[in-house]
Design a protein around this ligand. Structure first.
Ligand code: GDP
Ligand code: IMO
Ligand code: MG
Length: 421
């Protein structure tokens, strides 16, 4: 019938997992379209936390199909570890998970290349999650990659060895020690296990489903400001995280997309290096990190924190064609007398509401508008209508600035802590 796309509008970790899990029952299929195990999507159900890296966030809801699309890069070891954990929770992953034959494989040597490259960059490192993302996408666009469908080929081992040799040769340029023996043995076992899953031509599966009246939710990973084309390059990830990435990463046409749900935190975070104009490198930032539990779901690294950046958010709304906004973690701001929003940048003495090309090299100073905080517990509120006026005017300002309505407001990590308009 149609595809709705749900994606992050900031630098990732906006709460995509939670929102997808909540929305999943409205759809027949949840499909991840890019990224890989660099993602960490957290779901809190009945007080129990689950972190998903490669598997779509619809897996915890009974009866919904979950597709890992062709745009995703898969580390067999991470995928099997994830499946094992879900199986222990009583989830029938084999029944509800479908994997695109065209999804690319992360080899153990891709991870080593990622680490060696970051090590060589020293202070100017990207702050990669070291999951092998960039080398894998490089092999994809360089036309050297191995795909899930290849594991069924009788000469897969030879294909693997040829690519590994190439990587070992590349690694000679680095002064970097490594030992992949254990990871490689596990990788080969994981490949054998993956053979027992449903490996499909997901572009046909999805388009046949759409023709038969099925509803698909495309789940993004990372966030718009980490997009390879439009993010804060080179401090980005290696895939298109924006809505057009759903077309490439799933094989669905733009004309099939209905709603684009853009997610943003009520403030802002970033993990890894790179520009963050509204960063609060002070006590306020520490307060947000502490209350918001801002530590990476994948790497455990402390996340950098700051005020919401409406300049970046508007940019994201335009690039993605956002039709609805989901604002998360509003509860984290419950104890603030005053809340700021970045409404413009000062770049070289000139004010702008556009994200500048050279954001990574130029000093970008945020210009803030202050709002009175609601300074109250939001948990008793389950409807937009009863929210304190400070929250309502805060949301209204975002809507007007960004040009899209807020349809969801999240006030806690749990599945049910969500206000729906
Ligand atoms: P994702 O990568 O976009 O799925 O987000 P992550 O799971 O990496 O990070 C979001 C974190 O915030 C997780 O720990 C969630 O459990 C938590 N979370 C999501 N929504 C809310 C919310 O509204 N309030 C609070 N306090 N935590 C939330
Ligand atoms: P989710 O889906 C936050 C960041 C890394 C680093 C940069 C490049 O959970 O929102 P990579 O490993 O992709 O080469 O790292 O991107 N990054 C994320 N930050 N959330 C994510 O995913 C991220 N995935 C990658 O920290 O700065
Ligand atoms: Mg995350």
């Amino acid at each position: 019938m149609y595809v709705d796309v749900l994606l992050g509008m900031q630098w990732g970790d906006e709460g995509k997992g939670k929102i997808v899990d909540f929305l999943a029952p409205k759809y027949d299929i949840i499909a991840r379209f890019q990224g890989g195990p660099n993602a960490g999507h957290t779901l809190v159900i009945g007080g129990e936390k689950t972190v998903l890296h490669t598997i779509p966030s619809g897996i915890m809801q009974e009866g919904i199909m979950n597709v890992i699309g062709n745009g995703v890069v898969i580390d067999p070891n991470t995928l099997i570890a994830e499946i094992t954990k879900l199986t222990a929770k009583g989830i029938d992953v084999k029944k509800y998970l479908l994997i695109s034959k065209k999804a690319h494989l992360i080899l153990p040597t891709h991870k080593v290349l990622d680490a060696a490259s970051e090590h060589a960059k020293g202070k100017s490192k990207i702050g990669s999650t070291l999951r092998g993302i960039s080398p894998t996408y490089m092999d994809k666009t360089g036309r050297n990659g191995l795909r899930i469908g290849d594991i069924l080929s009788p000469d897969f081992k030879e294909q693997y060895n040829a690519l590994k040799e190439k990587h070992l040769h590349m690694l000679k340029q680095y002064d970097f020690e490594f030992d992949i023996a254990a990871a490689e043995a596990e990788w080969m076992n994981s490949i054998e296990t993956i053979k027992g899953f449903k490996l499909i031509d997901s572009e046909y599966y999805l388009n046949d489903g759409l023709r038969a009246g099925k509803k698909v939710l495309a789940e993004g990973a990372q966030g718009t400001m980490l997009d390879i084309d439009f993010g804060t390059y080179p401090f980005v990830t290696s895939s298109n995280t924006i809505s057009s990435g759903a077309c490439n990463g799933l094989g669905v046409a733009p004309t099939k997309i209905r709603e684009v749900i853009g997610i943003a935190k009520a403030y802002c975070t970033r993990v890894g290096s790179g520009p963050f104009p509204s960063e609060l490198d002070n006590d306020l930032g520490e307060k947000i990190r502490k209350i918001g539990g801002e530590f990476g779901a994948t790497t455990g690294r402390p996340r950098r924190t700051g005020w919401i950046d409406l300049v970046a958010l508007k940019y994201a709304a335009i690039l993605n064609g956002v039709t609805q906004l989901a604002i998360t973690k509003a509860d984290v701001l419950n104890e603030f007398e005053e809340i700021d929003m970045c409404v413009a940048y000062n770049v070289d003495g000139a004010e702008t509401t556009e994200v500048p090309f050279d954001i990574t090299r130029t000093e970008v100073n945020p210009i803030y508008k202050s709002f009175k905080g609601w300074n109250t517990d939001l948990s008793p509120h389950s409807k937009f209508e009863t929210l304190p006026t400070e929250v309502t005017s805060y949301l209204k300002y975002i809507e007007d600035f960004v040009g899209a309505p807020v349809s969801l407001l999240s006030t806690g990590p749990e599945r049910e802590k969500l206000l729906v308009k």
